[in-house]
Write a protein of this length. Structure first.
Lengths: 993, 186
């Protein structure tokens, strides 16, 4: 039975009792508890089940390395699965639930898998693919789907807020143990801008629990003083509950601050993701204890030795009255001492080493504890909790010598430095034979832009375990002046590596030796993978799923690769480690999203008339980051009806289009004409001041990229209109050519897209409407088609262009954006007598299609050249060069067999589906039907009251009148006649009045 | 000019700092040779200031000149003076390769006021506010959109964004300034 001790617990406040529930059962803990310590204090040894075999799982560790004790935490909008109880602080009213079982934690149907472990070996999932096809679909897939997954998916919207924050520092020290504190003190005194971040809520790390003496006082007192000294330094920033999750190039460090996990609903953001730029990073991230591989090492009650003493010292939690300790090193004896100090019983210390005569073992012996040298655990007894252990000779095969009754087992297989941050950006490791650990290789660190080390590992993270050496290392690593703080701790004899206990264990025992208790990977699985030919540690990881669980193998990786090395009969450094990737421990999706949710999920660009549209039935369409009205719905009206009404209004009277989103780029300078002649396929340098010209832009490969009306403003200034989506892209394109290629051109550009609100006033009554506003002569004589004038129109500073995309008499008027809404209101008011109404993008698209005008993105898709669209009239023959010219002269581009633009008219008046292909005779080499064309735009034309379309058809312009076939859904074939793409007012009489 | 309205009509929000849309602001883009005598004279006439050094803004009363790039400045004048200032700049720079563009209506301007103003901004802008010097302008981003900012008074920052994104920027500022979310509460 685990229980709360009467005395002690340096982190808990017994005056503040907190209540919480686990699987609906009310439990009590104290302020300062983690969920894990509170659960253990309430005798909840078993807290979940494993992923594959549904074996009972209990708390193993006391920190970030915990693989087992994960719970669903919270309810509703604050529910989150897979919360690590060892790092989650207890709060009053916490609702927790165990995971991965059905129907209950105590009785679980899935545990039957445990009996069939022989049929669920490593690579089980992949092996299922090798069965007959029906077996996967009908047998394995349903089983895998049923049993896969860990925890429940949240069903509600997250109630919390999250945010980013950016920070800059000369030095970021990760880890607030004595190494981090010593480094911060030394660096802080040098005046450097220092951040010291610690993932838990407490400073001091292991040293405090381990009874280290620093500067003549106990570690706890020294830590307190160190923190107070650091708090006084203005150049030092201290953060607890902040975990450095990843290190990236150029000292870019990501840190995850858990602001309100322990105070849910207090109004603060829940998490904050710090994005820090650090001149240098010191990792003082400590080390993680390794388990030992003996049979039954996954039974609840088997814990890491360091965790056992953490629970006793920090939270006054006893793992049970009797704890057997099993170890290959001296450090685990500290756990024996901590247990004895708390008045608990240590029936035996089982030490795999032939001899244990160090200071610590002797101290333990002196207190009357049996030390079994050269021994191991043959098997742990118990099911849902430990009831005892059977001992054996470590050198043997596991013959049971003795049974020792106990409630818990504290195991220690040595320590692995936390090298994750060191490794994220390329820092290399070396294998230390003496300590049996991978530690940072100081000769091969991650480097910064200057080629110098970007990271320095100190203390235990650097493979230095003794407190006095830790402090010296940390002090020296940051160039500390004077001597480092001095420490005293017990001397330790060397460990011996133990990867299997006992070393000669047979298959029956190896089947029950867990490496990765969350994903159920055992010694036997890694050995099987090796037998099946897996040599690379990365492949073995994926095949066996070792280290692929939510803990990313923090306690299992080294043991696993040692087993793999042993099976392949090679040295551990030859096998190497798997890649360490961020984040160090899982971070919330909310923190990754930061502030970007709801209204500010992504920028929504609005024109000055946006609000008017919103209040007048706008049916929105996203265009880039803009929203443009697709049409304006009136009450009771469908989208199709609205579009038809808007088109009829423009064709018969006058309508308004908010064209403010069109790109507008000023191009000015002595070489501006030359520059535009290179950019556009047609001549822009010859455009007279006061006139407009439609132009096409291609990329270097000849493909049509953008189009728009170019306006000559003055002798050396042009205004280039682009498509809505092309505004920023084309401006960047221009600057790219000017800055990188044609740097000798004297040209300046300015993107003035947003300076102007632009409105198209289109329809036979357009001029009458504008004349009502007054102030400018807009007669046919004063402002002919394809010209522009500047003036004051109805009191607005306006530039009026006579251009038409609808085929009607049309003006596009640009006014300062700040006056855009007022101008729009004025147009609506003045147009009342003409029944004026706004029209949306769909009406605009249909009207241009009726006129046979192409649309970038419809008729073009990055593979279409202007010649395909019969736009030769807009390609200058006089020019020596323009972007795309040479590409268009290549044989394939010049081929007469390219599909070309035509109009398509269905025989039955129906609308051809968008993107439909026209079939040709015969089949290609792949047995597919040959094609001869495809639809690029297709609409119902309310003007002509029939389906109209444009498409690209092989030899299309030479085949006028011919009928081609478009097979559509369900064997249906639509027949369409090839016609001129201009369906409406071919001579342009309507726009030229 | 009574018809002219700023993007958000001067909306404001008070959290641990106050964020507000500053209303209409005259802004003019000038590109050219920043070292030329004509440019110096033109800027002096427009704002009363010298041509700013790289990454600097020089403020004189309600006018200012800010460095945008090695060949670009942003001139700030009262909104009602923008048109006249454009004309004056054009005249002063005549004969020299340049561009002058009125961008007053293409932008939105915000003020972030309070002792912890930088704490709201450092959630959105990757800027080292501790080392941001007096008179320094920073072209950066506010979350997902382009922005420029500078310290415009004691405990006050000004931030400029594109007009179309004004609602987004204000929303992001409002969230970032909410009471209780100070990254450095003490």
């Amino acid at each position: 039975m685990s229980t709360r001790l009467q005395k002690g617990g340096r982190l808990i406040d017994r005056s503040k009792a907190l209540s919480f529930t686990f699987n609906g059962k009310r439990m009590k803990g104290f302020a300062g508890d983690t969920l894990a310590s509170a659960l253990l204090g309430a005798d909840q040894m078993m807290v979940g089940r494993s992923f594959k075999y549904h074996r009972p799982r209990g708390v193993v560790a006391s920190g970030a390395e915990e693989p087992n004790a994960l719970v669903g935490l919270g309810t509703g909008g604050r529910f989150e699965p897979n919360q690590r109880t060892t790092t989650t602080e207890l709060f009053d009213g916490a609702v927790t639930a165990s995971q991965n079982h059905w129907p209950s934690l105590e009785f679980d149907i899935g545990a039957i898998n445990d009996k069939f472990y022989r049929f669920l070996p490593a690579g089980f999932y992949y092996k299922t693919f090798m069965f007959p096809r029906f077996a996967w679909k009908h047998v394995f897939e349903p089983i895998v789907r049923q049993s896969a997954g860990l925890g429940k998916v949240p069903q509600n919207r997250d109630e919390d807020r999250y945010e980013y924050a950016y920070a800059f520092a000369d030095l970021v020290i990760v880890g607030g143990g004595i190494a981090g504190l010593a480094a911060a003190l030394a660096a802080g005194k040098q005046g450097k801008r220092v951040w010291l971040i610690e993932q838990t809520a407490h400073w001091g790390g292991r040293a405090v629990v381990d009874g280290v003496q620093i500067e003549g006082t106990d570690a706890g007192a020294w830590v307190k003083e160190a923190v107070q000294a650091l708090e006084k330094m203005e150049n030092v920033t201290l953060r607890t509950r902040t975990m450095a999750s990843g290190l990236y190039d150029h000292g870019y460090l990501m840190a995850y601050e858990r602001i309100a996990d322990h105070t849910p609903g207090d109004g603060r953001p829940r998490h904050r993701l710090w994005r820090m730029r650090a001149g240098h990073i010191v990792t003082a991230t400590g080390a993680i204890e390794r388990p030992l591989s003996f049979a039954g090492n996954d039974i609840p009650g088997v814990m890491l030795a360091s965790a056992v003493r953490d629970y006793v010292v920090n939270w006054a939690v006893s793992p049970g009255d009797r704890t057997v300790i099993v170890t290959n090193n001296d450090d685990a004896y500290r756990t024996a001492l901590a247990l004895l100090d708390a008045g608990l019983v240590v029936p035996a210390v089982i030490d795999a080493r032939p001899e244990a005569k160090g200071e610590l073992p002797q101290a333990v012996r002196a207190r009357g504890v049996r030390v079994l040298e050269g021994h191991g655990i043959a098997k742990v007894k118990g099911g849902k909790r430990v009831t005892g252990v059977a001992t054996c000779i470590q050198a043997g095969e596991g013959a049971e010598l003795e049974q020792i009754a106990c409630d818990a087992v504290a195991m220690s297989g040595g320590w692995s430095p936390v090298v994750h941050l060191w490794s994220h950006c390329g820092g290399k490791l070396i294998w230390d034979d003496k300590l049996a650990m991978f530690r940072p290789d100081p000769k091969r660190p991650a480097t910064g832009e200057d080629g110098a080390a970007m990271v320095t590992a100190v203390g235990s993270a650097n493979g230095i375990l003794a407190a006095q050496d830790v402090l010296a290392d940390a002090h020296q690593a940051v160039g500390g002046k004077g001597t480092a703080p001095g420490a005293v701790s017990e001397a330790e004899e060397p460990l011996i590596p133990v990867w299997i206990m006992p070393q000669g264990a047979g298959p029956a025992l190896r089947f029950k030796m867990w490496l990765d208790p969350q994903n159920d990977v055992k010694v036997s699985d890694v050995q099987l993978a090796a037998r099946e030919g897996y040599e690379s540690v990365e492949h073995t990881k994926r095949y066996t799923t070792l280290g692929m669980a939510t803990d990313q193998g923090k306690i299992s990786n080294i043991n696993g690769l040692a087993i793999l090395s042993d099976s392949l009969n090679r040295a551990i450094p030859e096998t190497g480690t798997t890649t360490f990737r961020p984040p160090y421990t899982p971070i919330s999706m909310g923190a990754i999203a930061g502030e970007a949710r709801g209204e500010i999920f992504q920028p929504l660009r609005k024109t000055p008339m946006h609000e008017w549209h919103e209040t007048h039935g706008a049916h929105w369409e996203p265009v880039g980051l803009w929203r443009r009205p697709y049409c304006f719905l009136r009450s009771g009206e469908g989208v199709h009806d609205a579009v038809n009404r808007e088109i009829r209004q423009v064709r018969n009277s006058v309508g308004l289009l908010d064209a403010s989103t069109l790109g507008k780029i000023l191009v000015k300078g002595p070489d501006a004409g030359k520059f535009l002649d290179m950019l556009y396929t047609n001549m822009m340098s010859t455009l007279p001041v006061g006139k407009c010209r439609y132009g096409l832009m291609c990329n270097e490969n000849g493909f049509l990229s953008d189009d728009g009306v170019v306006v000559r403003l003055t002798e050396d200034t042009w205004l280039c209109h682009t498509t809505t989506g092309g505004a920023d892209r084309i401006h960047g394109w221009m600057e790219d050519w000017l800055q990188c290629e044609w740097w000798d051109f004297k040209v300046y550009t300015a993107n003035v897209t947003e300076q102007y609100a632009q409105v198209a006033i289109a329809g036979p009554n357009a001029r009458k409407l504008l004349e009502k506003l007054g102030g400018m002569d807009l007669s046919k004589e004063a402002l002919p088609f394809m010209e522009w004038r500047e003036g004051v129109l109805g009191g607005f500073r306006a530039r009026v262009h006579r251009i038409s995309f609808s085929g009607e008499l049309s003006f596009e008027v640009a006014v300062p954006a700040s006056e855009g809404r007022a101008f729009w209101d004025a147009l609506i008011a003045a147009g009342e007598e003409f029944g004026v109404m706004p029209y949306g993008t769909e009406a605009m698209h249909i009207m241009r299609a009726e006129k046979g005008f192409i649309m970038i993105g419809d008729e073009t898709d990055g593979t279409v050249i202007p010649q395909d669209l019969n736009l030769q009239w807009a390609i200058s023959k006089k020019k020596e060069d323009y972007l795309g010219k040479r590409a268009q002269e290549r044989s394939f581009m010049a081929s007469p067999d390219r599909w070309k633009l035509v109009g398509l008219e269905t025989l039955d008046g129906s609308v051809i589906p968008d993107g439909a292909y026209a079939v040709a005779e015969g089949y290609n080499a792949n047995g597919q039907r040959n094609m001869q064309g495809r639809v690029t735009s297709t609409y119902h034309s309310p003007t002509l009251n029939k389906g109209i379309a444009m498409g690209l058809v092989k030899h299309g312009p030479d085949r006028m009148g011919e009928v081609i076939e478009f097979p559509v859904d369900n064997g249906k074939v639509v027949k369409a006649r090839i016609v001129d793409p201009v369906f409406y007012d071919k001579d342009g009489e309507k726009q030229n009045v | 000019m009574s018809k002219a309205v700023s993007a958000l009509g001067g909306v404001s929000h008070k959290g641990f700092v106050e964020v507000s849309e500053a209303g209409l602001q005259g802004m003019i883009t000038v590109r050219g040779d920043l070292s030329s005598a004509k440019m110096k004279k033109a800027v002096k006439a427009a704002t009363g200031t010298a041509v700013p050094e790289a990454r600097r803004i020089v403020i004189a009363g309600d006018k200012a000149a800010a460095w945008m790039s090695p060949d670009e400045l942003l001139i700030l004048v009262p909104y009602t003076e923008a048109v006249a200032t454009v004309a004056a700049l054009e005249e002063a720079l005549a004969g020299e390769h340049h561009i002058v563009a009125d961008v007053s209506d293409a932008r939105a301007m915000f003020r972030i006021k309070g002792a912890k103003a930088s704490q709201a901004l450092l959630k959105l802008c990757p800027v080292d506010f501790e080392t941001l010097a007096e008179g320094e302008i920073r072209r950066t981003r506010a979350a997902q959109v382009a922005a420029a900012l500078w310290k415009s008074a004691e405990d006050e920052f000004s931030l400029v964004s594109f007009r179309s994104a004004a609602g987004y920027v204000f929303g992001a500022l409002e969230v970032s300034a909410r009471t209780g979310s100070e990254p450095f509460p003490a």
